[in-house]
Write a protein that binds this ligand. Sequence first.
Ligand SMILES: *Cc1c(COP(=O)(O)O)cnc(C)c1O
Length: 232
Amino acid sequence: MDPIKANIERIRQRIASACARCNRDPDSVRLVAVSKVKPAALIDEAFAAGQRLFGESYVQELRDKVEDVKSPVEWHFIGNLQSNKVKYLTRHVTLIHSVDRLSLAREISRQWGKLERDARILLQVNVGDETSKAGCAITDLEQLARAVARLPHLHICGLMCLPPFHEDPEQVRPYFKVLHDLAAALARQQIPGVRMDELSMGMSGDFEVAIEEGATLVRVGTAIFGERDSSR
Ligand SMILES: *Cc1c(COP(=O)(O)O)cnc(C)c1O
């Protein structure tokens, strides 16, 4: 068996085990294969192994891969996004995980509106309050959600976080709980245009803990495709 196929199968098994531990339907968790900085050929290889959904963090790289990847994959955008690059995503991505400010949401609504379509987005929350990380502050989340929800061509589908890194996934669990609780609190507000169906959290080192805390989208790169160049 080639390594990518073996890796994907192992991760699927681990997702299933994590779901079994917390009585969740394994179909309620989608694996986003994070393919940033990895070549198109590896994405085709993962597709051949049954993986359909891929996450990219860099706009230009995504544009290149849309050309180069032969398989009909589904793309999510998960990285920091500048407003002036939103226009390159409209035809390619089904979900943007990383919306953390109103100006960006406005541009997404505007660009999707040009195509008479609605974008699906998640609001990214800086759960660890880290200056080095994107994401809106916890205290600003409700206000941001209310403002973004008023935009015409966009739907808020849930929340995303990139918590502080720890070797031990148990150290990350409290941040996943925070995101889960924020989503529950927002859902109770019943803001028109705001759904809290998706929780994007968990990466190679901690996706099982994230699933136990309610993740519906786990973003796994290294455990599928191997280590990346350390500069990224
Ligand atoms: C790179 C990246 C991942 C994947 O991280 P791994 O540790 O390689 O699984 C997940 N989410 C985001 C936002 C990323 O940028």
